[in-house]
Design a protein around this ligand. Structure first.
Ligand SMILES: [Zn+2]
Length: 65
């Protein structure tokens, strides 16, 4: 198994962990982990700063269903 890739959004301060076929997981500083879409709805869509790595959930590796 390959190492999961972790990326931290410098704007929102959350970590996105690549989960391959299972989809990416988002780790918040507090609370239970969620999905990237979850993160987008809760945090990133409110963020108007450049540098947020989750600005476009449709452009991710997640199946968009
Ligand atoms: Zn973000």
């Amino acid at each position: 198994m390959s190492e999961p890739i972790k990326k931290e959004c410098p704007v929102c301060g959350v970590k996105i962990v690549s989960g391959g076929m299972l989809g990416d997981r988002v780790e918040y500083s507090v609370g239970a982990p969620g999905t990237r879409d979850d993160l987008y709805q809760r945090v990133c869509r409110h963020t108007q700063k450049a540098g947020c790595i989750n600005r476009d959930p449709k452009g991710t590796s997640l199946p968009n269903r």
